[in-house]
Design a protein around this ligand. Structure first.
Ligand code: FES
Ligand SMILES: [Fe+2]
Length: 369
């Protein structure tokens, strides 16, 4: 191969993608408003009238359980003069606006309002709450502000089935704990760090020696859809930091399904489901939530211990890394360096970042992402 034919290395994104508030605004108006975003878990609104609020792309929304058992999501704003309808979490028989007491059914239909009968042409059928696309993914509730969004199974083909195979009884799992970890970095720095394990050997001793077998670790972008799949074998049992029963199918595997742009289902060896989800705050900060689950959300010393180990090692180690990168991105002399893309993949390669950064670039440059 001559020098002219040698392909140029693929470079990382320019610093402005991670620091420029204008890029963040583009993402908020586009990407975050058109992709599936995690809202909460079905168990947070179990009975008719139970609700929880969530903010997605700057929009206040709430998910509420109907008498028919369906969980619906609405924009949290009254059709009269825009007062928000509910706050936090709670339970209600009907949704009543605190400003002038217009009320809505749990289905979002307009119900009544003081003296509205005196208004000529008042048409209650046109004054229902504004619905938001909602899907349950094994009990995990996702919403999409784009009415025309393709369903999650089209965005993330195969994940629903593979996840169910890796986590027997996933439908009965409920949150045991969600830990909120603020990070002083752009959300993309955090998501990129999550999507390569090139840094693992140097920075994650416990994960690399007591959970996974690093020489088997790989991260692959899906051929179709917006998924990055991590796979690894579990560490030798005598080196594992917790006990694993290998008689259960898939118990000896580590799996992760990153669903672009801000959610990941992880399965630790032993079929232990846990999740990451990110919320972008502004160009320079985000929050990561680590979730751990048990049947019915029941107490489990083993899962608590594993969650604590993860928090004190992998999570804390990653926070230091991503916040340091955020500082480095402000260097006036830094220019994007080459990604380490080994055609063979594996631990010491950043091949998943090539797909991830392509999606990031499309989103930030105004594509549909
Ligand atoms: S703004 Fe809700 S009733 Fe007036
Ligand atoms: Fe990490």
């Amino acid at each position: 191969m001559t020098a002219r034919e040698t392909p140029a290395p693929v470079h990382s994104l320019e610093a402005r993608y991670y620091t420029d508030p204008a890029v963040f605004e583009t993402e908020r108006a586009g990407l975050l408003s058109r992709t599936w975003q995690f809202a909460g878990h079905e168990s947070e609104a179990r009975a008719p009238g139970d609700f929880f609020t969530v903010e997605i792309a700057g929009e206040s929304l709430f998910c509420i359980r109907g008498r028919d058992g369906a969980l619906r999501t609405f924009h949290n704003v009254c059709r009269h003069r825009a007062h928000p309808l509910v706050e936090g979490t709670g339970s209600t028989r009907v949704i009543v606006c605190p400003y002038h007491a217009w009320s809505y059914e749990l289905t979002g239909d307009f119900r009544s309002g003081p003296n509205v009968g005196s208004v000529p042409g008042f048409d209650p059928s046109r004054l229902g709450l504004m619905p938001v696309r909602t899907e349950s993914f094994h009990g995990f509730v996702f919403v999409n502000l784009d009415d025309d969004a393709r369903p999650m199974d089209a965005w993330y083909p195969g994940v629903r089935e593979e996840l169910a195979a890796c986590v027997p009884g996933i439908g009965a799992l409920e949150p045991l704990e969600w830990i909120e970890v603020p990070e002083r970095c752009n959300w993309k720095v955090s998501v990129e760090n999550y999507s390569e394990c090139y840094h693992c050997a140097l920075n994650h001793a416990t994960f690399a020696s007591g959970v996974v077998r690093p020489e088997t670790y790989d991260i692959r972008p899906a051929e179709e859809g917006y998924v990055l799949r991590h796979t690894s074998e579990c560490q030798d049992l005598e080196r594992m930091s917790y006990p694993v029963d290998l008689s259960v199918p898939h118990a000896g595997e580590y799996r992760s399904f990153f669903l672009w742009p801000m959610f990941s289902f992880q399965v630790y060896p032993g079929n232990v489901l846990n999740t990451y989800h990110w919320r972008a705050r502004d160009a320079e900060s985000c929050t990561v939530w680590r979730g751990w689950y048990t049947p019915g959300g029941r107490e489990s010393a083993a899962i608590r211990q594993l969650a604590a180990q993860d928090r004190e090692t992998t999570v804390a180690e990653d926070v230091r890394l991503v916040e340091s990168v955020a500082r480095g991105l402000k260097s006036r002399r830094w220019r994007p360096g080459p990604l380490v893309l080994d055609p063979a993949g594996g631990l010491n390669s950043e091949h998943a970042l090539r797909a991830l950064q392509r999606w990031m670039r499309e989103a930030a440059d105004g594509g549909r992402g």
